[in-house]
Design a protein around this ligand. Structure first.
Ligand code: ATP
Length: 222
């Protein structure tokens, strides 16, 4: 069965004001890119998908992951992995500890073997016992990606994941992330301000608008 993430007739409201409408299906290995100005609701959309919409927001519509309706499923049971702008690694844990923390429970020895194999595949052989403070930005980004992948997500959300990396590192990391999404056939949704990220993703691009911004500008001019 092909994996998919379906956002069915979503209408997201903030204080009863319509913030955005989205109706999209993302198939395994595809990356849907969301762009739009600050305040247009990109983070709110991600929050809704992870099941952590803050107070003051409400939504109509459904989200289906591999045809299962997860609209009301608790955040920790959704199997939706998120890759953020910052690697967000725990500084007191080793690389292995950071990755293992997010993995499904199981035999410890097997988990460590899996981590070692994955580190080797990502050019991080011998890094299992290092702490994040002793890694470069690119190495931290790769550990963060490994942590998401080894948590065995069924879909992946990317929240400006390359914006803190310099140009060369950005391209390398982006390529690695997109390759992994295709390899694992995960449906992915990426929020970015960067047009080269959007182009490299090779999928559909949605640009959210911010109607409230126009109203605010009009008010200032009048
Ligand atoms: N926790 C919150 N409580 C109340 N309003 C919020 C909260 N978070 C965001 N907002 C408001 O909701 C709207 C959408 O914000 P959101 O952060 O989703 O936009 P964004 O497109 O992600 O912006 P940016 O590109 O700046 O991150 C904005 O008007 C914002 O001020």
């Amino acid at each position: 069965m092909q994996s998919s993430l379906q956002i069915n007739n979503l209408k997201l409201f903030r204080q009863n004001e319509l913030l955005l409408s989205v109706n999209e299906q993302i198939n395994g290995g595809e990356i849907l890119t969301i762009m739009g100005p600050s305040g247009s609701g990109k983070s709110s959309l991600l929050n809704w998908l992870t099941g952590s919409l803050p107070q003051g927001f409400h939504a109509k519509g459904e989200v289906l992951l591999n045809n299962n309706n997860i609209t009301n499923t608790a955040a920790h049971l959704r199997h939706v992995g998120v890759l953020y702008q910052d690697a967000l690694l725990f500084s007191h844990l080793s690389v292995a500890g950071n990755i293992s923390f997010a993995m499904p429970a199981g035999n410890k020895k097997q988990r460590l073997e899996k981590i070692d194999d994955a580190l080797e595949q990502f050019g991080l052989s011998g890094f299992a016992n290092r702490h994040p403070d002793n890694l470069s930005g690119g190495q931290q980004a790769r550990v963060a990606l490994l942590r998401v992948l080894l948590s065995e997500p069924k879909a992946i959300l990317l929240d400006e994941p390359f914006s803190k990396l310099d140009v060369q590192l950005r391209e390398d990391t982006r390529q690695l992330v997109f390759e992994q999404i295709r390899y694992h056939q995960l449906p992915a949704l990426m929020v970015t301000h960067d047009h080269s990220d959007a182009e490299a993703a090779g999928g559909k691009i949605i640009t959210l608008t911010r109607p409230a911004a126009k109203a605010e500008i009009k008010q200032i001019r009048e």
